[in-house]
Design a protein around this ligand. Structure first.
Ligand code: PHE
Length: 360
């Protein structure tokens, strides 16, 4: 017995091939019919397993029967079978490619991005109205050559009172006005304390703007809050006069509220200036004719000012015989309320986002 398989006589082989061709034709027709019925990917996989699956595939089984033949016969008989196998595999592959393309198209539709949809708004923060106002004021003074200075919110008696020429019996020292933190420490009740720090830090000529928080024992109401904001200004140089103060304030007010705005100085007393004056400016709303904003007077109070007291210069280490200067202090909260039409300054400290996000 030949080990490679049986040798078939040529005439027998001829018949065999004819039979096989018949069978192959039949198989091909069966396959064509079956593939025409496939509608899903799973069915395509099933079709593939049934026809060319490694274990139980129809054609795989047919192939195995060839094993019994000699290599030569096998080649002859196997030709048609191989062709059919290629045909079946190609058909199934085409089918699967079609399904894959369909899946991709479906995915494209499903994941389509509508670029014409309006974007989602990114929530950005807002600057606090006090900050906006402070920056506006800073910009004006910086453009006039001032530098922004800072000082501590907790101060010793020296900076809070002594250096500012506030006598020990002055009512401002009383516990009713000041938040004391101990015998000789208190929250500053005005930014004028920064005048002293600035003069100690640097020699004249000095142009300093010091915005910051101040604290007073006030009962909160529509126009009072125990913490509020001031902006302190200080200029020290040779030959500075009241005229320089007035001109500076006038310039500031023009830039802040418009060139038609008037200023007015009313004599007043502050221990650390001499002479001292309250500054008013003509109402930015009615231009001085009288309205709700200025309560009918045509004027709005801006803050205090004056020529730096010689005692203050001397205490801070500056010779009042050589130098003179002016100082002013503005409150930001009421100004902010007036400018934005707020009827209660406490709104500024409630941190209600719905309120805060209205200011830009
Ligand atoms: N510090 C004063 C106040 O709080 C204002 C002021 C500043 C007055 C500078 C004169 C000079 O009322």
């Amino acid at each position: 017995m030949p080990t490679q398989g049986s040798r078939i006589y040529p005439e027998v082989l001829g018949q065999l091939l004819e039979m096989m061709n018949e069978r192959l034709k039949q198989l091909r027709e069966d396959f064509d019919r079956e593939i025409g019925l496939v509608t899903t990917e799973t069915e395509a996989t099933e079709l593939r397993d049934r026809w060319v699956g490694r274990k139980s595939g129809l054609l795989t089984a047919e192939m195995k029967t060839l094993g019994k033949l000699t290599p030569e016969d096998r080649r002859l008989a196997g030709q048609g079978l191989n062709d059919l196998k290629t045909y079946v595999e190609a058909g199934i592959e085409r089918l699967q490619l079609g399904f894959a393309a369909g899946r991709e198209a479906e995915q494209l539709v499903r994941e389509r991005i509508d670029v014409t949809l309006p974007g989602r708004r990114i929530a950005t923060g807002h600057l606090h109205p006090i900050t906006l106002l402070r920056e506006k004021i800073e910009d004006i003074f910086v453009s006039m050559g001032y530098t922004i200075e800072d000082g501590p919110e907790i101060e010793t008696d020296f900076y809070n009172f002594d250096a500012l020429n506030i006598p020990s019996n002055h009512p401002a020292r009383s516990w009713q006005d000041t938040f004391y933190l101990g015998d000789h420490l208190a929250l500053r009740s005005q930014t004028s304390t920064v005048q002293i720090h600035a003069m100690q830090r640097r020699q004249p000529p000095l142009r300093v703007l010091a915005p910051g928080r101040v604290f007073r024992r006030d009962t909160p109401d529509a126009t009072h809050n125990p913490m509020f904001y001031q902006v302190e200004g200080l200029l020290v140089d040779r030959g500075i006069t009241l005229g320089d103060l007035k001109g500076t304030i006038q310039e500031f007010v023009h830039r802040m509220f418009g060139p038609e705005t008037q200023t007015r100085f009313r004599p007043s007393y502050f221990p650390f200036v001499e002479p001292g004056a309250e500054i008013d400016y003509s109402c930015f709303k009615c231009n001085g004719t009288g309205c709700r904003v200025c309560k009918g007077s045509g004027w709005i109070e801006m803050g205090g000012s004056g020529m730096v007291h010689p005692n203050v210069l001397r205490t801070a280490g500056i010779d009042p015989e050589v130098f003179s200067g002016f100082a002013f202090g503005l409150g930001l909260d009421r100004l902010c309320a007036l400018m934005y039409g707020l009827d209660d300054i406490r709104l500024l400290y409630e941190n209600d986002v719905r309120f805060l996000e209205q200011f830009t």
